[in-house]
Design a protein around this ligand. Structure first.
Ligand SMILES: Nc1ncnc2c1ncn2[C@@H]1O[C@H](COP(=O)(O)OP(=O)(O)O)[C@@H](O)[C@H]1O
Ligand SMILES: [Mg+2]
Length: 280
């Protein structure tokens, strides 16, 4: 995607950043010293990260830096070896059974590859109903909520009985977004949600995410290695390298005044590095 020209901005951000980083509000998500290894591979190593309520926080870093592993732990699809993850000040890592199930309602994920993440034996109705079923929502309400999220995400009603393989990549990811939002979660984790899509379709899915965030007011943790996309979508950025969190801060500070060599490198390697714009 192309990046608009940069405006004069770098100066005023420094003061704002100081206030923002020294006096944070109670965060929606607080990851504290989390580690996870697979055998000898230290996928995530002592990562601490806070995600403020209402923010669009990007998690960036090269392939293999531990972003997806961290995301899976936030979703409790995996448990950390060490450390804790607090959601709304509750220790999410300690929840089990029905408490965990109830808490899951508030944290949902959009996966990278909508083809692999949508069950080929389920039609769109079943896919969108599934999270509601898992939360024990009664049948009559389920259909109402499915219809509402389809309208919101502009999925045509005639798709209800279609299967994922009958849909285009963009339509499939629209279903993936709708499935993540049908419970109106407080936190949405999107793991490279457009990486598997054609460039022309990527923008539509990003626009949808932006529009839905405004309508439904969720907090977004957006994982990407595409800094141009991160720049246009997110207001906070956290940078990972080899399992570690190297830097986090407001978007403009990270892009215009990166503190760490690795962040500078990432930005330099990105498309059009001198032209980060002030406004999307
Ligand atoms: N289930 C797994 N089993 C073994 N190794 C894994 C597994 N998941 C991730 N890894 C390894 O952990 C590291 C981090 O991977 P990942 O979290 O997928 O990074 P990213 O999402 O940033 O590309 C990589 O070295 C990867 O090979
Ligand atoms: Mg990944």
């Amino acid at each position: 995607m192309s990046i608009p020209n940069r405006n004069e901005t770098a100066k005023k951000e420094t003061a704002e950043e100081t206030v923002e980083e020294t006096a944070p509000a109670v965060p929606l998500l607080r990851i504290e010293s989390v580690s996870k290894s697979y055998g000898a591979v230290r996928a995530v190593e002592d990562v601490s990260l806070t995600v403020e309520r209402g923010s669009m926080t990007a998690l960036v870093g090269e392939s293999g830096s531990g972003k997806s592993t961290l995301a899976r732990m936030v979703l409790r699809l995996e448990n950390p070896d060490r450390g804790r993850i607090y959601f709304q000040d509750r220790d999410f890592t300690a929840l089990t059974g029905s408490e965990l199930r109830k808490a899951r309602r508030h944290v949902q994920m959009i996966f990278q590859d909508p083809h692999a993440s949508l069950n080929p034996r389920m039609n769109v109705k079943a896919i969108l109903e599934e999270p509601l079923k898992a939360q024990g929502v009664p049948r009559a309400e389920r259909m109402q909520q499915v219809r509402r999220i389809m309208e919101r995400t502009r999925i045509p009603a005639e798709f209800l009985n279609r299967y994922a393989h009958e849909l285009s990549g963009g339509q499939r990811q629209r279903i993936g977004v709708a499935r993540a939002l049908v419970l109106e979660p407080e936190l949405v984790v999107a793991d490279e949600p457009t990486a598997a899509l054609d460039v022309s379709i990527q923008a539509q899915i990003l626009d949808l995410l932006r529009e839905m965030q405004e309508a439904l007011d969720f907090t977004l943790l957006f994982i990407s290695h595409d800094l141009a996309v991160v720049y246009t979508l997110c207001d906070r950025v956290a940078v990972m390298q080899k399992g570690r969190l190297v830097e986090q801060g407001a978007r403009d500070r990270i892009f215009h005044q990166p503190r760490e060599a690795y962040t500078r490198e990432l930005i330099r390697a990105a498309e059009n590095p001198a032209d980060w714009a002030d406004e999307p």
